[in-house]
Design a binder for this molecule. Structure first.
Ligand SMILES: Nc1ncnc2c1ncn2[C@@H]1O[C@H](COP(=O)(O)OP(=O)(O)OP(=O)(O)O)[C@@H](O)[C@H]1O
Ligand SMILES: [Mg+2]
Length: 342
């Protein structure tokens, strides 16, 4: 935002598995934009096209700017869909030219006044491809070609690599700077668990902290959950968090991880993806790909295809060469309960 449209990160694509902090990061960017008096528009995959939402929100920004109110939070306004009975192709054309026109006008005014506009799109992998193209072509012209102060940041699951990013017509997205959110390292995990406790005027025992670091495996959402629930487990809030508190908190956290992270991921998987995960269950902590292939009664090549799909879906990771492991214990639990159900 300081450097302007020439900075490579001015158009940014954040990718990461469920619960790695993509939405949290977009929210921080929006807060920074707001602090510096920028306008911002947030959109996410939903029933209403992102391009239509952006165009109508940008109209609002324009109206505010003309009335002399510089900064505005406009994200929480819910919009009705574009309820007009045009055939889809002409509606698309209208949305494309409509969004471009309003962004150009807004960009020009903001450039004159030394402000800017941040556009954020969450859950980009679920946005319809034509809709992505409409937004991309407008931002391409306004930001990249005309160098107006309109920054763009989107967040998506890594599976977008195989969908939108694999599409040869998606050069805009392919050329966005990439921020890949992954698991935190041990030191970062320790700091993320310890610092908020200290900042709140409390403490955590050394063995409790070590256990919490080990149990979260650097998974950001799990860190948040274990920290929160271990804190809540204390009978006396003035005592430091103990090992017992951490273990009880982690049990609670894992149930939530299954429900909120592993469950939704599982629901998106195909029957063969699920069989692959179930065939990994006998091994601890990781499985050889060859064993999984044999249990499935398929070739190694076939198993490799499913390994790639499941990595993209955020269910497994490769440990060492030729071996796979569940990305988090919650995925193992989800697969185990499916195996029990038959
Ligand atoms: N940098 C951070 N600081 C504090 N908490 C964080 C941070 N990143 C993530 N979290 C915690 O992890 C949770 C999950 O983060 P977030 O919702 O941003 O993940 P996400 O990648 O958007 O997941 P999804 O793909 O499911 O939408 C947040 O609710 C928050 O509690
Ligand atoms: Mg999110």
């Amino acid at each position: 935002m300081d450097t302007g449209p020439t900075h490579p990160d001015y158009t940014l694509l954040v990718t990461g598995n469920r619960g790695t902090g993509k939405t949290a990061l977009l929210n921080v960017l929006e807060a920074r934009a707001f602090e510096r008096g920028w306008m911002f528009i947030t959109a996410a995959a939903s029933t209403e096209p992102v391009s239509a939402r952006m165009a109508s929100e940008a109209q609002r920004c324009l109206a505010r700017l003309r009335k002399g109110r510089g900064s505005a939070r406009v994200s929480s306004v819910s919009m009705m869909g574009v309820g007009v009975s045009l055939d889809p192709s002409s509606q698309e054309v209208n949305q494309a030219s409509g969004l471009l026109a309003v962004l150009e006008e807004l960009g020009e005014l903001l450039a004159q006044r030394g402000g800017g506009l941040l556009l954020t799109v969450d859950e980009m992998h679920d946005v319809d491809r034509n809709d992505v193209r409409t937004v991309a072509s407008a931002v391409q012209i306004v930001t990249r070609r005309r160098q107006m102060p309109v920054a763009f940041a989107a967040a998506a699951l890594p599976l977008i690599e195989d969908t939108h990013l694999a599409d040869p017509n998606m050069t805009f997205l392919q050329r966005c700077a990439r921020a890949r959110l992954g698991l935190l390292g041990e030191e970062e995990t320790r700091a993320a668990l310890r610092q908020p406790v200290l900042d709140s005027g409390s403490a955590i025992d050394d063995d409790a902290l070590a256990e919490a670091v080990a149990l979260t495996l650097g998974y950001p959402y799990m860190i948040q959950l274990v920290g929160f629930h271990a804190w809540q487990m204390r009978d006396d809030p003035s005592t430091p968090i103990s090992l017992t508190n951490v273990r009880a908190g982690a049990a609670e956290a894992e149930m939530i991880m299954v429900e909120q992270i592993a469950g939704p991921t599982w629901n998106r998987l195909s029957p063969m993806d699920r069989r692959f995960l179930i065939e990994m269950l006998p091994d601890e902590p990781d499985s050889s790909l060859a064993d999984v292939a044999a249990r499935l009664g398929r070739s190694l090549q076939y198993a490799r295809t499913y390994r790639r799909r499941l990595i993209a879906a955020g269910a497994i990771s490769t440990s060492t060469k030729g071996r796979v492991r569940f990305l988090h214990h919650a995925f193992r639990s989800r697969a185990a309960s499916a195996a029990l159900e038959g």
